[in-house]
Structures are given as structure tokens and as C-alpha cells.
Design a protein around this ligand. Sequence first.
Ligand code: HEC
Length: 195
Amino acid sequence: MNIKRIATLAGAAAALALASGCSSGGEAEAPAASIDPQTFTDSLFAVMSSDRAVYTQKVVNRLQNDEKVIKASEHFEDDKALPLPAQMFRFGSEMVSEKTDKFSYQLLSLWPINKQNAPKTDVEKKGLEFISANPGQNFYADEELGGKKYFTAVYADKAVAPACVTCHNGHKDTPKKDFKIGDTMGGVVIRVPVS
Ligand code: HEC
């Protein structure tokens, strides 16, 4: 129990160091080499999902739906609006991919507004189906892509605020119009190369 807790804390520290782009050598990097891939992806997801929920609840939902000050829009630059939560997530993911090849992540769905966000590999599809059918559980698998081996984790992306549901259900490109608060709307796929 104690050992597991220590490993989890080490994982969280390493994930936080990576998530915040901290690359100062020495102590912050030491645990990264020794944590197992699942602890690593679980910790990354804790950071990603918290940031995502905070942006949706404290920025988008508050300013758009409650106080009606400013909208969120796909064309946020032209519309002088807020970026969508999914865009914020993708910008982060793109910036991370320029900084490290130790992991990569994406937001996908079986019911995507943007067809680019549909699952592409068998593991992605199986993972999204699993998290939809088994609320509260994550999906983990080994995957081989282009001759390289990966540990791939899929976590449920839930409708945490009314804005998630109203925007998706009302979007012209959505294949699903009956999302409810608390539903799994898609999944975060985190991939870690393993040797
Ligand atoms: C104001 C509208 C809006 C809000 C609010 C919003 N979304 Fe989205 N969401 C979109 C659009 C548009 C896309 C497609 C973005 C792109 O081009 O990749 C998207 C993408 C996604 C995707 C990737 C699959 C897809 O549909 O393309 C998921 C999963 C998702 N959103 C879940 C959520 C959740 C959960 C919330 C609340 C935390 C949320 N969204 C809030 C409009 C919205």
C-alpha cells in the first residue's frame, strides 16, 4: 500500500513536471524513468481532465451560459470569442508534441462533430466502446503501430457542465443530439512508446 502510494506520487510529480513543460534536470526527471506506463498516463489524465473541466466550468460555462458575457466559438479569432474546450485541449496537445516524444494525446469520440476526431486504430475504437459501456472504468492496451510498440490508455471524457451538452446537441454536424449531463461524450487517448 505504502509502496503503491509512493509510486503514484512519483508518477504525479513526473507528470506534472512534463505537463508544465518543466525540463530542469536532476530530481524532477529521475522518477519518470522508473514509473510504470499506467501510473504515468493516469497522472497525466488527472492533470488534463482537471484543466479541461476548470476551463469549461469557470470560463466557458460561466461567461457564455450563466453571465452571457461572451460566447465560445470554433472561429474564435474572427468572432472575438473564446476558443472551444476541445480547441484548448488540441492546442495543448499540439504544443506538447513539439516538446516531447515521451507521450502524445488526443480527444476522440464515437459521435464526433469533427470527423477527424473519430477513432482510427482498433485499440482506439475498442477503448471508446469500453469506456462508454463501463462508466467509471478506464481502458488500457498494448498497441503496435508502424512497427513501434505503445502503451495506450483511454479515459472517459464526460459532460461536466451544461455547456458541453447544449453545444454538442445543437451543433449542425453532431451525429448525436441527446447527450445528458454526466454522459461519456468521448475519450482522451494517451499513448506512451514502450521499448
Ligand atoms: C460551444 C460549443 C462546445 C462546447 C461548450 C463543448 N464542445 Fe466539445 N466540441 C465542439 C466542437 C465544435 C468540436 C469539434 C472541434 C474540432 O474541430 O476538433 C468539439 C469536440 C469535442 C470532442 C471530440 C469529438 C468531436 O465531437 O469532434 C469531445 C469528446 C467533446 N467535444 C466533448 C465535450 C465536452 C465533454 C464538453 C464540456 C466539457 C464540450 N465538448 C464542450 C463544441 C463544443
